[in-house]
Design a protein around this ligand. Structure first.
Ligand code: 6CS
Length: 296
């Protein structure tokens, strides 16, 4: 399994060396990182962040949830909130590490990242493996389809009703989980590496639809175009996400949540949510406990 290290991390040679990261472009396997992930071996992840000056954050670079800029800066709704709250807690910065969704929790468990802030949507199986902070975003799902939606795909049931349909999904992603829970066969699923390859599969007829969060498809419509979004998929569960921490970090998450609660009441939170197109109030009106009831 390889994990892409943002250029900014590589440019921070000493910091990268200090946390046991190689100067290579990729972090390969477990052997190249020290247990505990770095300069500070503090058991409490926030203490580690204060001591080493940053936290390593798993992202996928799927705007507006997360975005790895070409200079290595990590932005997006969730990293921007994480950075703001961390700075209030005395942690100077966060460093983005690109990790596929299916590898995020294993990377956290292997201590190759300190936290996940990727829009890794809350659901029962994930909530059993990590400790989520309170939610900062609430999300819906849509299909990206050819213009005119020639196959009439609007719901997961429509996919079930037509076994000839092929749906592009990100491996290990929330959408793949929805299809699997609904009983959609693997034969109807096309695993794609990222959002661009997913929408290109639709545009070149390798898939009839790309199943992805509504806001991610809206971003692709602006940056890539050449396809149509369906309305929100009504038979897909609605959920949300917040930062995901190691299962042994409950005391750190309690400290983080206390600061996050104050931050969510501030205008700065509204500004970040507005920048990325999310509804700040929706995230204020739901809890991690509620979203961790989402099946899957
Ligand atoms: O939580 C997930 O797995 C999904 N989250 C986002 C932001 N995009 C796709 C992914 O499948």
């Amino acid at each position: 399994m390889t994990i892409e290290i943002s250029r900014r991390v590589l440019l921070r040679g000493t910091a990268a060396a200090a946390v046991g990261l190689p100067a290579a472009g990729y972090l390969i396997g477990c052997s190249t990182t020290e247990p505990g992930g770095g300069a500070s071996a503090a058991a409490n992840v926030l203490e580690r962040g204060r001591e080493q000056g940053f936290l390593r954050v798993a992202v996928f670079s799927e705007p507006p949830y997360t975005k790895l800029e070409t200079d290595g800066t990590v932005t997006g709704a969730e990293p921007d909130v994480l950075r703001a709250v961390c700075q209030r807690l005395g942690i100077d910065d966060i460093q983005g590490i690109k990790v596929p969704y299916e590898s995020m929790i294993p990377s956290l468990q292997a201590d190759r990242v300190d936290v996940i802030a990727a829009g890794l949507f809350m659901k029962q199986s994930r909530c059993a493996e990590v400790v989520y902070s309170e939610p900062v975003i609430v999300s819906t799902e849509s299909f990206g389809v050819p213009t005119g939606n020639p196959d009439g795909i609007l719901t997961v049931q429509d996919v079930l009703d037509n076994p000839d349909l092929k749906i592009a999904v990100l491996p290990g992603g929330f959408e793949q989980g929805i299809l699997n829970s609904a009983g959609v066969s693997k034969d109807q699923q096309l695993n794609v590496n990222d959002n661009i390859t997913g929408i290109e599969a639709v545009k070149n007829d390798r898939a009839n639809a790309f199943f992805l969060p509504t806001l991610s498809l809206e971003e692709l419509a602006e940056t890539v175009g050449g396809f149509q979004l369906t309305p929100v998929v009504e038979d897909a569960p609605k959920t949300g996400s917040g930062a995901a921490w190691g299962n042994d970090q409950q005391s750190a998450v309690d400290e983080y949540n206390a600061e996050l609660e104050e931050f969510k009441a501030s205008s700065e939170f509204d500004e970040i949510m507005d920048t990325w197109g999310f509804d700040a109030d929706a995230a204020r009106e739901v809890t991690a406990e509620e979203l961790c009831q989402v099946e899957g």
